[in-house]
Ligand binder design. Structure first.
Ligand SMILES: NC(=O)c1ccc[n+]([C@@H]2O[C@H](COP(=O)([O-])OP(=O)(O)OC[C@H]3O[C@@H](n4cnc5c(N)ncnc54)[C@H](OP(=O)(O)O)[C@@H]3O)[C@@H](O)[C@H]2O)c1
Length: 284
């Protein structure tokens, strides 16, 4: 009897047809960011800058840029204490972003110094190695895949979650991402571990925004594609362009300034979004 009733259309059972689920909100694009002066922005939030992955490339130049005006914690696994010895504003510390205790030690150091944090830049990355980047699915190596997710996705959310209590109101968390992490934009495939870990990172940026700002803690979270920049990470692919003087290849100094200008110009409308170095929104 019960089964026979269930087989009737819902109207005949005296039930109204359930409404269709609401359409998923269009992930859409965010308004472009109009760049602003990084050092003026910094004056408005009173705290230090933390750069994770500061031993080379873009992270190093971000540390040097802010270090001209104030305190910067420049960290990576193997950073040399002498690296920024020309600038006492820049404090180096050996931190592995995948290691909870290592990040906790950084948090303790910042607290002991009596500092808050204006901005956290997550620049640590794994792209190249014996097992990567992979050309095809056969090339996937479990350890390399896991390490990529550990450094490129867990690392940034580990530093974010541990430093969040120290982040000043109006502060920012900037996750250095990559355009190749966009699902919507991917027509090429390849680089499985790097691409998919950056896709995860973009979602982590959005999750951080939703949860933090819902609690009224006003922080701007951005995923940023820096543009192809000549650094140790990119050099296996950019060396020829660099030697040929290709002007479309960014220097790390140029990219660092562009990213700092984005942070200064970003507002509530941008938090949780994915942008390129010029301020244009990218699809997830
Ligand atoms: N360069 C480009 O063309 C390009 C393009 C798109 C996106 N990006 C993104 O931009 C960001 C910066 O890249 P980059 O080109 O400047 O790279 P890079 O010069 O290779 O620098 C990477 C830094 O990450 C540090 N690092 C790696 N693993 C770490 C860990 N577990 N804990 C702490 N630090 C760690 C490295 O230092 P240690 O070895 O001392 O730890 C190094 O300082 C990355 O997120 C990258 O995906 C770059």
């Amino acid at each position: 009897m019960y089964v026979a009733l269930l087989m009737l259309p819902s109207a005949a059972r005296g039930l109204s047809t359930p409404p269709p689920p609401p359409p998923l909100t269009q992930p859409g694009l965010y308004p472009p960011i109009a760049k602003a002066d990084p050092l003026l922005w910094w004056q408005e939030t009173s705290g230090a800058i933390v750069v994770a992955g500061a031993a080379s490339g873009i992270g190093e130049q971000i540390a040097r840029l802010y270090g001209k005006k104030g305190k910067v914690y420049a960290v990576s696994r193997s950073i040399e204490p002498t690296m920024f010895e020309d600038n006492p504003n820049i404090i180096t510390s050996r931190v592995d972003v995948t290691d909870d205790d290592s990040v906790a030690a950084l948090v303790s150091q910042i607290k002991e110094d009596g500092e808050t944090v204006s901005a956290l830049f997550n620049c640590a990355v794994l792209l190249n190695g014996e097992k990567g980047p992979e050309r095809n699915i056969k090339g996937i190596d479990k350890a390399f895949f896991m390490d990529s997710f550990a450094i490129n996705a867990y690392g940034p959310i580990n530093t974010t979650r541990q430093l969040l209590p120290l982040l000043a109101k109006g502060g920012a968390v900037v996750n250095l991402s990559a355009r190749v992490g966009s699902i919507a934009d991917d027509e090429m495939g390849g680089w499985w571990s790097y691409r998919s870990s950056k896709t995860a990172l973009n979602h982590l940026t959005k999750l951080s925004h939703i949860e933090t700002n819902r609690r009224g803690h006003k922080i701007t979270f951005l995923s940023v594609h820096p543009g192809t920049t000549y650094t140790p990470m990119s050099s296996p692919f950019t060396q020829r362009r660099y030697e040929a003087g290709d002007e479309s290849l960014h220097s790390a100094e140029f990219t660092a300034t562009a990213i700092a200008e984005l942070v200064a110009g970003a507002g509530e409308d941008h938090s949780g979004g994915f942008f390129d170095w010029s301020g244009q929104s990218l699809p997830f």
